[in-house]
Design a protein around this ligand. Sequence first.
Ligand SMILES: Nc1nc2c(ncn2[C@@H]2O[C@H](COP(=O)(O)OP(=O)(O)OP(=O)(O)O)[C@@H](O)[C@H]2O)c(=O)[nH]1
Length: 403
Amino acid sequence: MDWFFWVVIGVIGVALIAAGIIVAVSNRRHRELEAGRQAELEATVAGEDVVVAPAEPGTEPLAPEPEAVPAEPAVSEPEPVAVEPEPAATLEAPEAPLTRWSRLRRRLSGSNNALARALADLLSVDKIDADVWDDFETTLITSDLGVGPATELTEALRRQLAVDGVADPAKAREVLRAELLKLVDPSLDRSLNLTPATEGDPAVVLVVGVNGTGKTTTVGKLARVLVAERKTVVLGAADTFRAAAAEQLATWGERVGVETVRSDVDGADPASVAFDAVAKGVADGTDVVLVDTAGRLHTKTGLMDELGKVKRVIEKKAPVTEVLLVLDATTGQNGMTQARIFSEVVDVTGIVLTKLDGSAKGGIVVQVQRELGVPVKLVGLGEGVDDLAPFDPEGFVQGILGE
Ligand SMILES: Nc1nc2c(ncn2[C@@H]2O[C@H](COP(=O)(O)OP(=O)(O)OP(=O)(O)O)[C@@H](O)[C@H]2O)c(=O)[nH]1
């Protein structure tokens, strides 16, 4: 039995050795895994986790470790779409007219303006002789002031400086400012006529001008001015020539909560749309109806027929109280030609000068008023929704002199 005892002891010994080896290997593997986890944790705390850090657009994460992706934030945060308010449901509150001009005045071309440059050139020479005065006058003419006003202004300045014997730049600037102001004429009534002939009727403003001058934009901006003054407004999209114009106008209206009367038919009769708009204004007891027109300059008779008919048909419902001619200040003498034609076709009562922000030729204000005998009432000084302001002569003169 001795041999049996030793076999049993041997088997138990081998089993114990094998178990010891297994435990040792398993402990080692466990320590390695622990060390790996610790390193990963430290890297994450130090902000080195490449999966968590925002990836450069268009580049793949360097080590996309699936288990290191943090918990889905989307689960606890609301969907962006769900919390966004409906834009169409929010009406805009337009800027009050009084604050517009002070904000927009600096957009006048200032020191780039031909008038400011002419004065600077004049004052930079040691001796002002006849040639210098000629140059001065020429620069004024190129600023779209018109020949008559340019000559008057040169003569006035020449006389004044001679009388005072002045070469003082500040004094010369003072004289130029005063003379320019006289030409711009602060005594003109620049308010819009929004008083209806019959009480209870709406005031009707007809907006005319060549395509692209900024008519539709002006009607939209003007609606905002009136809404800011707490007036009720209806828009008439009588520019039926360009299909997108009615859409553009309706968008302006929607933003300030104003209705637009338009036709669904392309090329519909503009007079009929204008009539419907004014009829709606009368029925609703609206304060002001603004009518946008097409004003194609195909032929003078064609234009006369079209605008004449629009006005006649409107007046079956309520008299037109204001006819605003929109002119693009950057078109210079072309704009003057358009102005002459329109004033022969329709009885213009006020001028809207658009794009003055992009023109170094503010002199057109003087020329157009003088030729048409009609005041500039509003100016456009940018493409922004509130970039239309009542015209202020003093501010305008200071602005174009770069003050
Ligand atoms: N910089 C500047 N751009 C303006 C101003 N007024 C209008 N515009 C721009 O001039 C362009 C033409 O404006 P519209 O209002 O479409 O011109 P429109 O006369 O109605 O043209 P039609 O609809 O084709 O008859 C648009 O891009 C306007 O944003 C302004 O005062 N300054």
